[in-house]
Ligand binder design. Structure first.
Ligand SMILES: [Zn+2]
Length: 362
């Protein structure tokens, strides 16, 4: 009776292990640096030389309407990727008996409605780092704290990002990056639409990422890091008996978590995502503090100089910026840097930012 809730402890631990915290794409426009392939020595043909990972999933499974990865290796070859298999072995998960959801669909064991919801569909994992955001098309790009993240998206965003590559070549070169601009309209499940185009300012002038940001991204992409896409796939996979339990509506430890994170495709509850982001920021802040505190200012300063130019360019072009827009952004980034260095939550600051901004733009 020490006051420890073992179930909660386990749940917290599991969610840390799983790494299924995907970035919620905010409404408005978000410019993102798209990461290169996360692991260097990938010799598996389907993913070698590409920077995304396709994953076949079933949505709407069981009473919880959960998402689960298809574990039929013919339908979803990624479950046999050597990196993924190695991680599954560590977790004691053995596949090879086919996918219970696919079987139920083949056998006609589901209702038409369930069948429709749960049919296998391909989603794509990409590593990205959001760089800037603007809420109105005519507005200015505001800096965001560049946190290496992962998006798990459907075909329309996938196609949009691929098109940027086809039009511009390798956009992931950190010395000369072109960002993706993902425009989200709508908030709910039925009215949300995405449009992906290349971020105009970086087409005009590709961006050189500062050394600090590059180090942060490299660290996240490394094996076991937050943006190790293979780790994420492995952590999303359930063994056949857990999938069956999910279909039968029996609670298993992790089901609600995974369901909450991703079962409604690209339209998660924003608050939840914010909370998660906050927690992650805290974690990161701690890490940063340990290793990188002194350098942080310099490097992000570098990035900022470049951004400033771009923003000025854009302002000149669009001619609708207030004079002190750049100052505001500088203040904003300063605050963010401070909060990273202090290891504090940034949410309060974000609110403060808004207040400050409205004060400033008299
Ligand atoms: Zn399946």
């Amino acid at each position: 009776m020490s006051g420890i809730d073992m179930k909660k402890m386990q749940k917290g631990y599991d969610s840390q292990q799983r790494g299924g915290d995907f970035l919620t794409i905010q409404q408005g426009n978000t410019s993102m640096y798209v990461h290169p392939p996360c692991r260097k020595k990938d010799e598996w043909e389907p993913t070698e030389g590409v920077n995304y990972v396709p994953v076949v999933v079933h949505y709407g499974v069981g009473k919880d309407n959960a998402m689960t990865v298809c574990i039929d290796d013919e339908n979803n070859p990624i479950v046999k990727h050597p990196f993924v298999e190695k991680l599954l072995r560590k977790r004691g998960i053995r596949l090879g008996g086919g996918c219970p959801v696919c079987k139920a669909i083949e056998d006609g064991a589901l209702s038409d409605d369930e069948m429709d919801r749960s049919r296998a569909q391909t989603r794509y994992l990409w590593g990205v780092t959001p760089m800037e955001h603007k809420s109105k098309p005519s507005g200015s790009w505001d800096k965001v704290t560049p946190k290496p993240s992962v998006i798990f998206v459907g075909k329309s965003i996938y196609d949009g990002i691929m098109e940027i590559f086809f039009d511009n070549g390798d956009i992931t070169d950190p010395k000369s990056a072109i960002f993706a601009n993902i425009h989200r309209v709508g908030k709910g499940k039925n009215d949300t639409k995405y449009k992906v185009v290349a971020h105009a300012p970086t087409i005009k002038k590709p961006r050189k990422l500062g050394p600090k940001l590059r180090a942060m991204i490299e660290k996240a992409m490394a094996e076991g890091g937050d943006c190790d896409l293979f780790k994420i796939v492995a952590n999303l996979i359930r063994n056949a008996s857990d999938v069956e339990a999910l279909m039968a509506g029996v609670k298993i430890d992790e089901s609600d978590d995974i369901g909450d994170d991703i079962d409604d495709e690209e339209e998660e509850a924003e608050e939840e995502a914010e909370e998660e982001a906050e927690e992650d920021e805290e974690e990161e802040a701690e890490e940063d503090e340990e290793e990188e505190e002194e350098e942080l200012d310099d490097d992000l300063g570098d990035d900022l100089d470049e951004d400033e130019e771009t923003e000025e360019d854009e302002e000149a072009e669009e001619g609708e910026e207030e004079e002190n827009g750049v100052d505001d952004d500088l203040d904003q980034l300063d605050e963010e840097l401070k909060s990273i260095a202090d290891g504090k939550k940034t949410k309060k600051k974000a609110k403060g930012k808004k207040a400050k901004k409205s004060k400033k733009s008299k």
